[in-house]
Design a protein around this ligand. Structure first.
Ligand code: GLN
Length: 191
């Protein structure tokens, strides 16, 4: 769990509740000890800055190049995108999934909201909490959209990278964390 800033504590609890030995990652040495990474919601500009000042940006980029499974939620989704629109000029992203995201644009009129979200493969909707969520403005051909609201993707996957525009750790439903475990298992069996 990337634990530089934001909503990492509740993500760790969510992961532990389904049996994952989740640990906080704040240093390059801690990164070496994990098989996969979750990037939480929070403030993507601050996280981008802290990734650089903690010497984590380049090591994470390298692991992502080697297909380390990663799940980015909200600000984490922004960090994993190919391009950030309405970001700060010095804000960096990893380009681990072929989407462009616009900061603070989804559901702009209400800022934060909850929605019953239908997810591909789930038999009943999840309760999705959106907080100043990024909007996906472009989706590349190799990206699978797993959920959308009003025609806008809010949950996407490309290979070992999964992203959600919302905060799955804020509801009691663990199916998305479980889905990420499936992604990890699938990637493992591919190598
Ligand atoms: N608006 C935040 C950002 O741009 C993301 C919000 C969130 O993670 N809840 O980083």
């Amino acid at each position: 769990m990337l634990a530089l800033q934001g909503a990492f504590a509740s993500h760790i609890q969510a992961l532990r509740s389904i049996g994952v030995a989740a640990v906080e990652v704040r240093t390059p040495a801690q990164l070496e000890d994990v098989d996969a990474l979750v990037m939480p919601g929070g403030e993507s500009t601050t996280m981008s800055f802290l990734l650089e000042s903690n010497a984590l940006f380049d090591p994470i980029a390298q692991r992502l190049n080697q297909a380390m499974p990663v799940f980015g939620t909200c600000a984490g989704m922004i960090l994993l995108a190919k391009q950030i629109l309405d970001g700060r000029n010095d804000q960096r992203c990893f380009g681990a999934i072929d989407i462009d995201v616009r900061r603070n644009a989804f559901g702009r009129q209400v800022d934060s909201f909850e929605a019953d979200l239908n997810v591909a493969g789930f038999d009943h909707p999840i309760d999705a909490v959106f907080i100043r969520a990024p909007q996906v403005d472009r989706v590349g051909d190799s990206v699978t959209v797993l959920a959308e609201i009003d025609g806008r993707p809010v949950l996407c996957r490309q290979g070992s990278t999964m992203v959600a525009a919302f905060h799955p750790e804020l509801s009691d439903d663990r199916r998305l964390h479980q889905l990420f475990l499936d992604v990890i298992a699938e990637e493992r069996s591919n190598t």
